[in-house]
Design a binder for this molecule. Structure first.
Ligand SMILES: Nc1ncnc2c1ncn2[C@@H]1O[C@H](COP(=O)(O)OP(=O)(O)O)[C@@H](O)[C@H]1O
Ligand SMILES: [Mg+2]
Length: 127
């Protein structure tokens, strides 16, 4: 993946900005200088064939692993999540499509599951 797209009002300091993100896994250059803007209230879809790099972008934004190059900002400040928990502290989380959803909960409850549990004082951490 080399390019996702840019909102006409890109450059706004609010929301999420991703600039020049690259990621290599061994011999595979998964991402090559990605730019992405997500503005407040905007719904953005990443479209691409299997292996295009959608999950890799998502994982970098959600703090699963770092990028090799590039930088991100969130709400106008440098954003460098060190872990998924760190990203969640910033209000950024990844909801997995398959096998990870609780069918008895609403979409909103699934999206905010980690926060709801923490607010109720129930630890999800091992131990
Ligand atoms: N942990 C990994 N180790 C090695 N290669 C990986 C890893 N994760 C992703 N890749 C490779 O990076 C490329 C992008 O993968 P991915 O982001 O999962 O694409 P998508 O989500 O668009 O299907 C693919 O070539 C994939 O095989
Ligand atoms: Mg994927």
């Amino acid at each position: 993946m080399t390019y996702i797209g840019r909102h006409p009002a890109a450059g706004s300091s609010q929301g999420l900005t991703v600039r020049g993100i690259s990621k290599r896994f061994g011999a595979t250059q998964a991402l090559d200088r990605i730019d992405l803007d997500v503005r407040p209230g905007e719904v953005v879809a990443l479209l691409g064939e299997n292996g295009a790099g959608k999950s890799t972008v998502s994982n970098i934004v959600a703090g699963t692993f770092p990028s090799d190059t590039g930088r991100m900002t969130w709400q106008g400040r440098p954003y460098e999540p060190g872990s998924p928990g760190d990203a969640i502290q910033h209000g950024i989380g990844l909801i997995h499509q398959e096998m990870r959803l609780l069918p008895d909960l609403s979409v909103a409850e699934n999206v905010f599951l980690g926060r709801l549990l923490r607010r109720r004082g129930v630890s999800t951490a091992p131990g």
